[in-house]
Write a protein that binds this ligand. Structure first.
Ligand SMILES: *[C@@H]1O[C@H](CO)[C@@H](O)[C@H](O)[C@H]1NC(C)=O
Length: 272
C-alpha cells in the first residue's frame, strides 16, 4: 500500500516545477517531494514550510528537491538562502540548521541518522542564512554514503529556535564530529517544532547491492525527466537543472502542484 501510494504520488511530480518564481508553488513542490520520497512521515512527522530553502553547491547551482549529486559535488558546504512564502513571513530570532542522512527510501528512521551538519544560533539577514554567527556543533561534512548502500537522502532543514533555547544534553559543545543521532529526539529535546524550511539531495556511491526500492528509481527518473524537459536552464548540472518557470506557466503548474499535494495527502492517509 505504501509503495503504491509512493509510486502514484511520484508519478504526479512532473507536474510540479522544481523551482519557479512563485515561492508558494516551490513550497508545494518541496512538500510533494518530501512525501513522495518518504521523508514525510518517516523522518519528519509533518512538514509545512513557510519559506523555500534554496541549497546551492559551487559548480552545481541551486539544487532541485532530491537532485542526485556526486560526493565530489557535495564536498564543500553549500550556500543557503530563504525565500518567504509571502510578505507577512519574516525571519527574526535564531534558527537551527541540520543536515541529516535519512538513508535510502524505506530506512527505519527510529534507528537514527548520520548528522552531517548541526549549527544553532543561525540568523537570517535578508534572504541569506548566516551560518558564521551561529555555533557549529557539527561542522559541515559532505555526504559519503557506503558503496552499494543505495541512494541516500540528505535532508537540509531549518528550524526556528525558541527564545529560551538550550542545547540538548550532549550537544552543547562545538566541533563534534559526524556521528549518528536521532533527529526526532534532538528536535523534541531542543523544543524546535517543525522545520520552517527544508530541501534534500541524494548521493549514491557504487551500485546498490539490493534491489532499489521503487521510490528511489522513480525519483531519479522523474527528476531527470523534469530537467530534460526544461527549454532553457541557467544551470549546467548533470543530475537535474534549475527550473525557472516562465510566469505564464505558473497557473497550470500551480494546479498540477496542488493536485499532486492533494493526491499525496489522500494516498498518504490510505497508506496508514
Ligand atoms: C503567508 O504564508 C504563511 C506561511 O505559509 C501562511 O500561513 C499565511 O497564511 C500566508 N499569508 C498570506 C496573506 O497569504
Amino acid at each position: 500500500m505504501i509503495s503504491l501510494s509512493v509510486i502514484l504520488s511520484l508519478a504526479l511530480i512532473p507536474f510540479v516545477q522544481a523551482q519557479s518564481n512563485d515561492p508558494v508553488l516551490d513550497i508545494a513542490a518541496i512538500q510533494a517531494h518530501f512525501s513522495g520520497s518518504g521523508l514525510v512521515p518517516s523522518l519528519l512527522p509533518s512538514f509545512n514550510p513557510s519559506a523555500v530553502l534554496t541549497v546551492s553547491y559551487s559548480g552545481v547551482g541551486n539544487i532541485s528537491p532530491g537532485q542526485a549529486l556526486t560526493q565530489t559535488q557535495v564536498k564543500p558546504a553549500p550556500s543557503l538562502s530563504l525565500t518567504p512564502a509571502n510578505s507577512s513571513v519574516s525571519f527574526t530570532g535564531k534558527y537551527t540548521l541540520v543536515m541529516a542522512d535519512a538513508g535510502p527510501p524505506g530506512t527505519d528512521e527510529t534507528k537514527g541518522q548520520t548528522r552531517h551538519w548541526l549549527v544553532n544560533g543561525v540568523t537570517v539577514a535578508g534572504n541569506t542564512i548566516s551560518i558564521e554567527g551561529g555555533t557549529a556543533i557539527t561542522q559541515y561534512a559532505g555526504p559519503a554514503p557506503p558503496s552499494g548502500s543505495g541512494a541516500h537522502r540528505y535532508a537540509v532543514l531549518l528550524f526556528s529556535q525558541p527564545a529560551m533555547f538550550t542545547p540538548p544534553t550532549g550537544f552543547s559543545q562545538p566541533n563534534m564530529g559526524v556521528s549518528v543521532f536521532n533527529l526526532e529526539d534532538y528536535v523534541t529535546s531542543a523544543n524546535l517544532g517543525t522545520p520552517i524550511a527544508g530541501n534534500y539531495l541524494t548521493v549514491e556511491e557504487g551500485t546498490a547491492t539490493f534491489s532499489a526500492s521503487p521510490t528511489s528509481a522513480v525519483v531519479s527518473s522523474t527528476l531527470s525527466g523534469m530537467a530534460a524537459s526544461k527549454p532553457s536552464s541557467p544551470s549546467t548540472s548533470a543530475g537535474g537543472a534549475v527550473a525557472q518557470t516562465p510566469h505564464a506557466n505558473s497557473a497550470a503548474a500551480s494546479a498540477g502542484g496542488s493536485f499532486a499535494v492533494i493526491l499525496t495527502s489522500i494516498f498518504g492517509l490510505l497508506a496508514v
